[in-house]
Design a protein around this ligand. Sequence first.
Ligand SMILES: O=C(O)c1ccccc1NCC(=O)[C@H](O)[C@H](O)COP(=O)(O)O
Length: 202
Amino acid sequence: MFVKICGIRDLETARVALDAGADAIGFVHHPASPRHIDAAGIRAIIDGLGDSGVETVLVVRKLPVEQVLKVAHESGVGTVQFHGGEGDEDLQRAISEGFSVIRALSLAEYAAGPHASSISARLLLDAPEPGHGQLIGAEAFAQFGNRPTEPWILAGGLTVENVRAQVGGLRPDGVDVSSGVESARGTKDHAKIRAFIANARS
Ligand SMILES: O=C(O)c1ccccc1NCC(=O)[C@H](O)[C@H](O)COP(=O)(O)O
């Protein structure tokens, strides 16, 4: 089970996530978010981690692709997660410049399709308002025979308490969390990070 902890803003929290077994850590570059972090801040964390092997993900929403790529290069991330319905051209540009890509969609966007794409991007399904702790809910997946047929990552409203049941019911290939491992909006809780990762894989 792939686990990504999103909204990391300091080195200590990044280390906690790694020690607890996170596969990926996400950095939200979105000025309106309480989790916003700039390229220099991301770079300092990645440098501080050294050669850890963890996937480092720049999370963006509706930013011009030139700006996304500038931050991605300056910060040293390996992956860009596009959260704003950006088109294949933007994703392809990121891939051409050496980044892995995650395409984050709401269930409504996914349902609108088309799902076939020539772009090699991983699929992440999230609530309509990312990073707000809103659960999609199993009933919303009924239209897809309860889950997408392609590999996918589940996000939106996951918590220490509900992740085991959500994984059991929807059988995603990975999970992504932010609000559910915080003590206040934008403030990560280290004990919750450890418990979330353990429960996601239990
Ligand atoms: O976290 C934000 O504020 C944010 C802002 C803009 C784009 C994406 C954002 N977050 C994405 C995530 O943290 C996760 O991919 C996902 O949405 C999980 O969020 P949550 O429901 O808070 O666990």
